[in-house]
Design a protein around this ligand. Structure first.
Ligand code: PDD
Length: 282
């Protein structure tokens, strides 16, 4: 794989970029990450992703490795070196490298910072948007702090793999009471049978999606009714349409769940309208 990564102060060819095997991100998933979408060379929802990054670090008591202005310069430089116009920037910050011991290193070590950037094939993304995708469901077996964006993603990885093996694009997690929490790497939405946009309320059970927040604001600005209320799989099956939101996909229509078509089984208008408004606002 070609490309350049930023690792702890240096820009290196990906093939030579690495951290210590004692890095706590590698040993314990003791690390947080962020993903910024890049459109036309610009970072999408830049401030929201930074705000969530600082919150994730604070919740895990990992020291901020540098000021936002410096980190922003690293993101932009990594994007530039990888010639990304449309794609994503990935940032990971771990507690640092230290001899393996579960408690925090004492004295503390410097956090490890890595940044990569890659282009995404816009034709493929557009084709997926136009087709819509299928999801399956699985019990939400993740930990109790899904609001922190940590690299501890094993349940998400297994759920996505199960979905792929079932011929679906993604898996929506179903939590307590039979309510859909979110997707393996996205927030879940429906346009319910009353016509209201519905997505799960903010809690420790979901990641507080930056794209989710942007879409709520946009929908309200377009006089659409949005309710932050959980929904069940049965609600999805009765919904007019469904979609998922994330930095890499904006809003991606979901046309079936567990093999049952949603609405007329085609991508819905509301998701398309919101996505167009989102791209315009960017
Ligand atoms: N995923 N929920 C989960 C579990 C996620 O991993 C993500 C993002 C989201 C959507 O958040 P946002 O709108 O801020 O991207 C919700 C990123 C894109 C990833 O893991 O690659």
């Amino acid at each position: 794989m070609s490309g350049v990564a930023y690792v702890n102060g240096a820009y290196l060819p990906l093939a030579r970029a690495g951290v210590s095997i004692e890095d706590r991100g590698f040993q314990f998933a003791d690390a947080v990450y962020e993903v910024w979408g890049v459109r036309d060379g610009r970072l999408m929802d830049e401030a929201g992703h930074f705000a969530r990054l600082w919150r994730s670090l604070k919740e895990l008591r990992i020291a901020a490795p540098m000021a936002q202005t410096s980190l922003r310069a690293v993101l932009l430089e990594t994007k530039r070196r990888n010639r990304v116009r449309d794609g994503i920037i990935y940032l990971q910050i771990s507690r640092g490298a230290a001899p393996r011991d579960h408690g925090f290193p004492n004295p503390p070590v410097s956090p490890s910072v890595i940044v990569t950037a890659k282009s995404l094939d816009q034709r493929k993304i557009t084709a997926r948007m136009e087709r819509g995708v299928s999801v399956i469901t699985a019990p939400d077996n993740r930990w109790g702090r899904c609001d922190i964006k940590t690299v501890g993603l094993l349940p998400n990885v297994l759920a996505r793999q199960t979905a792929m093996e079932a011929g679906a694009y993604d898996c929506w997690f179903v939590g307590t009471g039979g309510y859909v929490t979110e997707g393996s790497a996205s927030n879940a939405w429906i346009v319910d049978k009353s016509g209201a946009l519905r997505t799960a309320p903010l809690s420790a059970n979901i990641l507080h999606g930056v794209t989710r927040a942007a879409f709520i604001a946009l929908a309200r600005a377009h006089q659409m009714r949005v309710v932050e209320e959980s929904f069940t799989v049965a609600d999805v099956k009765e919904a007019r349409e469904a979609f998922l939101t994330s930095a890499s996909n904006a809003a991606l229509p979901v046309i079936s769940i567990d093999g049952t078509p949603i609405g007329d089984g085609k991508p819905g208008d509301i998701a398309a309208r919101l996505r167009a408004a989102y791209e315009r606002a960017a």
